[in-house]
Write a protein that binds this ligand. Structure first.
Ligand SMILES: Nc1ncnc2c1ncn2[C@@H]1O[C@H](COP(=O)(O)OP(=O)(O)OP(=O)(O)O)[C@@H](O)[C@H]1O
Ligand SMILES: [Mg+2]
Ligand SMILES: [Zn+2]
Length: 354
């Protein structure tokens, strides 16, 4: 998987500039905080960075290691070569404990984690506790954690990662050093895609990589996954990538919808699905189009040549049904169903089912 293969392994490789600078400064200084809080959207590098920090403070070849200190070594980057770095990379290092709070959220799990903090590190470095999806911890769990976060053993470092800062108690947040990963911007995503493209010899042109970058929901992971799928399916032209992303054809689909031709509609959707099109993107694009049309029809914006033949009632009904379809995408066994049902219902309601 590209997104695992190209996961950043050093601070330098983190594409997220502000996070990179801040972590660098912290590791450079002489004192380490005992608790970090990494906040940011999905796929912005929180887990990757937590592992990099865990490696850095336990690496045998940088300034954190005893003999490194006495020899005046300055680098805080993990070497990714020593036994400690390697075993952290394989998740088999006893002093780095990762807990996914999405599945271990209760008081018992937190208690056993706290028990772990009382052990001294085997390697002589630090015991690092990474708590992913930290917002999922129960209230009882947070309360138990609070005391430990307040007075942790010297050799323990906590790294909490979350996509939902607002769900964390303020008491927890105030005991951690917060680092904001925000959301990935298109330029940073593009440079990651370029790096993968080069080292995999994919040779996509820049427009194509930019197109993928701008359709990856501000997530490095999503972008790497799209690039991998597009490559696996041997899709090479802009047109076909657009099709894959569900951009194409929003015009053709809307044209078919305007004519209210059920058979053509189902045929189009089937083809779209066979081509690996993404229904989430498709619905978003049609909704955007309809929203623009709504504004045009009400003279909020002007556009003479781009007018739909759907009337206002039809536009708002279709938007309402598409929003339902959008929500239903999460629960459907067949990706195409929500859109198909929406359009069948739409044609029935506007009474021109052909
Ligand atoms: N800053 C970055 N630079 C380059 N690639 C990145 C970066 N951040 C993330 N990635 C890519 O995205 C993938 C996911 O990153 P990671 O698991 O660290 O994200 P996360 O913030 O923990 O996401 P989630 O909230 O979904 O757990 C990585 O494997 C890597 O391929
Ligand atoms: Mg993560
Ligand atoms: Zn190392």
């Amino acid at each position: 998987m590209f997104y695992l293969k190209y996961r950043p392994k050093t601070i330098k490789e983190i594409d997220n500039l502000s996070a990179k600078v801040m972590i660098g400064k912290i590791l450079e200084s002489s004192t380490l905080p005992h608790a970090f809080l990494f906040v940011g959207q999905k796929g912005t590098g929180k887990t990757s960075t937590a592992r990099i920090v865990a490696k850095a403070v336990n690496c045998l070849n940088n300034k954190f290691y005893r003999s490194g200190k006495t020899a005046g070594v300055k680098s805080f980057e993990p070497c990714n070569k020593c036994v400690n770095c390697k075993s952290i990379g394989l998740s088999s290092f006893t002093d780095v404990i990762e807990m996914d709070a999405a599945s271990n959220r209760g008081i018992e799990e937190i208690k056993s984690l706290i028990r772990e903090t009382s052990f001294l590190p085997m390697s002589g470095g630090y015991r690092v506790f990474i708590i992913d999806e930290a917002h999922m911890i129960t209230n009882e769990g947070f309360n138990a954690l609070l005391k430990t976060l307040e007075e942790p053993p010297k050799s323990a470092i906590f790294i909490l990662a979350t996509t939902n800062l607002e769900k964390l108690p303020k008491t927890i947040v105030s005991r951690c050093l917060k680092i904001n990963f925000g959301k990935a911007n298109t330029t940073d995503i593009y440079s990651m895609l370029k790096r993968i493209d080069k080292s995999e010899n994919i040779n996509f042109n820049d427009d194509l990589l930019r197109l993928i970058a701008s359709h990856s929901e501000n997530s490095f992971r999503d972008a790497a996954k799209i690039l991998e799928e597009v490559t696996l399916q041997k899709i090479q032209t802009i047109e076909n990538v657009e099709k894959f992303l569900g951009i194409r054809g929003r015009n053709d689909l809307l044209e078919i919808i305007e004519k209210k031709e059920l058979k053509k509609t189902l045929f189009w959707i089937n083809e779209f699905s066979q081509n690996g099109g993404d229904f989430k993107n498709l619905i978003e694009d049609i909704l955007n189009q309809l929203h623009t049309q709504l504004l045009i029809k009400n003279d909020v914006i002007k556009n003479e040549d781009n007018q739909t033949t759907l009337n206002l009632n039809e536009i708002s009904l279709l938007m309402k049904l598409l929003i339902e379809a959008y929500q239903n995408l999460r629960n459907t066994p067949i990706d195409s169903l929500p859109v198909e049902i929406t359009l069948i219902e739409f044609y029935n309601k506007v009474g021109q089912d052909k």
